[in-house]
Design a protein around this ligand. Structure first.
Ligand code: NI
Length: 169
């Protein structure tokens, strides 16, 4: 089932998500819905807070469903290593119509549980490293806009506020 995406300004996006205590059938259904919602958007990543669920789950698929082994499901993820630096344009399904250059580590190693509850470690470089960190940020209540500084951030926030006031957000 495709779930409704919440946008910048919704409280679910701006607070820390909770650990998943147990991978129940409901959790697996949520994960399947997140994957379906990500592919429909379409996007390369989606975190549970983006569908209004404050749990530490994200999904990433750089192929957007074209290659089945590209799908990464992470429950209760943590980073064990981050190194280097990359600067690339980034957007977010919760901040539609906006993007900005964000600095992030170039390589990450993340560990978490799979959909089946098996511990797994994923190493990401370049775009995959960026996607893993972007989604992990969502679990902390941080959006890419929050990582910007000064004029660029102010401009995006002001334009979103204007859209919200006119009911177009
Ligand atoms: Ni996002």
């Amino acid at each position: 089932m495709i779930r409704r995406l919440v946008k910048y300004g919704d409280s679910a996006l701006h607070r820390r998500a909770e650990d998943v205590e147990e991978i129940t059938p409901d959790i697996r259904r949520l994960i399947d819905d997140m994957v379906e919602t990500m592919y429909a958007a379409p996007g390369i990543g989606l975190a549970a807070p983006q569908v209004g669920v404050p749990l530490r789950i994200f999904v990433v698929d750089l192929s957007v469903g074209k290659q089945s082994d590209d799908l990464i499901v992470m429950v209760n993820p943590t980073f064990s290593d981050r190194e280097g630096m990359q600067l690339q344009e980034e957007g977010c399904l919760s901040v539609p119509g906006f993007n900005a250059t964000v600095a992030r580590p170039a390589r990450v190693i993340t560990t978490g549980l799979s959909r089946e509850g098996v511990e797994q470690t994923v190493e990401g470089n370049g775009l995959l490293a960026r996607a893993l960190q972007h989604e992990m940020d969502h679990l902390e209540g941080t959006l890419f806009v929050d990582r910007l500084r000064g004029v660029k951030r102010d401009m995006i926030v002001r334009r979103i506020q204007k859209l919200r006031r006119s009911g177009k957000w």
